[in-house]
Write a protein that binds this ligand. Structure first.
Ligand SMILES: C[S@@+](CC[C@H](N)C(=O)[O-])C[C@H]1O[C@@H](n2cnc3c(N)ncnc32)[C@H](O)[C@@H]1O
Length: 251
């Protein structure tokens, strides 16, 4: 059942930061924040889908003023409960369409969308709208950074449409791909020792690097960098994810 917080309601927000996944490791967060701080170049940063402040809080601690757009009040409440969380401005709404008033503090030098969150927009139209919305918030010379996985279609055996990505005695998770529509749904199933189960499904739209470049072009942005990740290793045919940076031309 989906509430007004989308797929990130109170139950998800409550356990979000207890994840032991790679994205929550201090060295990964440190590397991410280092690159974003350099991209911000002394200006303001806009995080789309700011969540519980996993990245925004350490970025703000480095002296980068951060503003967020976020659909889920529960996730924002999680950020507010952390040290420094009250000081970060948040606009509640859909990051594909929500406008942040920049008249008082000026436009942003950086907008960023990490942790596969571009795929939470489940139509091509919404993803294009997101790029246009970002471009409208950037100052000339400002940039937009996205961290997102490369679609895993090469892992799908012939005649099948499912890729499992987590299996344990008490839980499993898998993605069902529709290669006609580019829709993908992740299913998360957990079972306690008592045999009580819970299941959660989240819809995504997977998107290719070249398609993102075209969305950027439609929004008047151009590719500046594409790396394998926050270490700035080159993006190759073996890359499982990419960090891409597009810039808004000065004229
Ligand atoms: C995977 S979490 C990432 C949170 C945070 N950026 C991080 O890196 O930890 C995705 C976040 O994006 C938010 N979100 C998803 N779709 C959104 C949309 N269309 N507009 C605003 N927020 C959205 C969710 O509520 C959630 O907080």
């Amino acid at each position: 059942m989906i509430d007004e917080d989308g797929y990130f309601g109170e139950d998800v927000a409550e356990r979000y930061d207890r994840s032991s996944g790679p994205s929550f490791q201090p060295d990964v967060i440190e590397r991410t924040v280092q690159v974003l701080a350099e991209l911000a170049g002394g200006g303001r940063a806009l995080e789309l889908g700011i969540g519980t402040g996993r990245i925004a809080l350490p970025l703000a601690r480095r002296g980068v003023p951060v503003h967020g757009i976020e659909l889920s009040r529960a996730m924002v409440a999680g950020m507010r409960a952390k040290p420094g969380g009250e000081a970060i401005g948040v606009s509640i709404g859909d990051f594909a369409t929500t406008t942040v008033d920049t008249r008082a503090d000026g436009a942003f030098s950086l907008a960023y969308l990490v942790f596969n969150t571009i795929m939470n927009l489940t139509s091509q139209e919404a993803q294009v709208a997101c790029f246009r919305n970002v471009a409208a918030h950037l100052e000339p010379g400002g940039c937009f950074a996205i961290e997102v996985m490369v679609p895993e279609l090469r892992k799908i055996p012939a005649g099948q449409n499912i890729v499992p990505f987590h299996t344990s005695p008490t839980g499993w998770a898998y993605t069902v791909y529709d290669t006609v529509t580019q829709d993908a749904t992740c299913h998360y199933v957990e079972v306690t020792e008592d045999g009580v189960g819970s299941a959660r499904s989240v819809p995504f739209r997977y998107v290719w690097p070249a398609e993102l470049d075209l969305m950027a072009q439609l929004a008047g942005l151009r590719l500046r960098d594409r790396w394998d990740g926050w270490t700035r290793e080159p993006f190759t045919e073996d890359s499982a994810q990419h960090v891409s940076v597009w810039e808004k031309p000065v004229s």
